[in-house]
Design a protein around this ligand. Structure first.
Ligand SMILES: [Zn+2]
Length: 285
């Protein structure tokens, strides 16, 4: 056999081996995801998941898609439709959905520029539906789309706590059903943690906070208030946002997937739990 033929044979052999590799990320997510919903859905829930960044592109976006697909298929808590297009975000297009998820969608103000689309999204939630945002869903909005920032609860204002670090968190609302994944009132975790502008604690119920004074980084908050996961009411609808989801590994961490599922089911109205604001308890000056 000539050398060139050997090379070609070898190339095809290696390609077939490479392409037949199982998706190890997907396997880890399937293993980590809860087996069942935390509450039986009152009806078949439909969620539209939008995953297109218009600013910084997180490499964990496809991991988030896999995570949400596995949560949908394994627990049957909801059906998910995945898109990177904006055309279904109209009053008519959103009618068949119960919730919108923004998966690491930086700079949404550039994706949704028409007033009619912006109104369709916000009115969808105000009229009783749900919105769930992961990580960079809060990196956008203001000043061009202030109402979006007002809805989600805050706008990215830098991340003193980088993705490579391991940070201390505390549960601000230990009894909340969206926090049932957490057995202790403190935990350490590695992810990229934001500080926020246009954030008003009195409008949100903070579920998890960053215990910033235990870290060697100093953020801008005068009261050391660095919210990480929260829920809120918005008109007749509900919003769940979590800062977690920058790192791919977040998406195959069992307690995180449980927290995400519970946040989604709370926003859908299948899990009941309060949304009224609670005061800050830790690290007050
Ligand atoms: Zn990030």
């Amino acid at each position: 056999m000539k050398l060139s033929s050997i090379c070609i044979t070898l190339f095809f052999f290696l390609s077939s081996v490479l392409f037949s590799q199982p998706d190890k990320e997907l396997e880890k997510i399937k293993e980590a995801a809860p087996n069942s919903p935390s509450a039986k859905p009152k009806k078949k829930r439909q969620i539209l998941v939008y995953s297109k960044p218009s600013g910084f592109k997180h490499s964990s976006i496809p991991t988030g898609v896999k995570g949400l697909r596995v949560l949908s298929e394994k627990t049957q808590a909801f059906d998910a439709t995945f898109t990177i297009e904006t055309k279904e975000f109209s009053t008519e297009g959103l009618k068949k959905y119960d919730a919108i998820i923004f998966n690491n969608t930086t700079h949404v103000q550039k994706a949704f520029t028409e007033k009619s689309q912006r109104d369709a999204i916000l009115n969808f939630i105000k009229n009783g539906k749900a919105f769930i945002g992961f990580h960079a869903a809060s990196d956008g909005g203001m000043p061009q789309w202030q109402e979006y920032t007002d809805m989600i609860g805050g706008c990215f204002d830098g991340h003193p706590w980088n993705a490579g670090g391991k940070w201390p968190f505390f549960i601000e609302d230990i009894k909340h059903p969206v926090n049932q994944a957490f057995q202790e009132d403190e935990f350490m975790f590695s992810d990229e943690i934001y500080q926020y502008k246009s954030y008003d604690r009195s409008k949100l119920r903070i579920l998890i906070g960053l215990d910033s004074v235990k870290t060697d980084k100093k953020g801008k908050s005068k009261t050391n208030d660095y919210p990480v996961s929260w829920v809120r009411s918005y008109g007749k609808g509900r919003v769940f946002y979590t800062n977690f989801g920058h790192n791919k590994a977040t998406w195959w961490t069992p307690f995180m997937l449980q927290h995400f599922l519970d946040g989604i089911q709370w926003a859908l109205g299948d899990i009941k739990g309060p949304s009224k604001s609670i005061p800050q308890t830790r690290n007050l000056n």
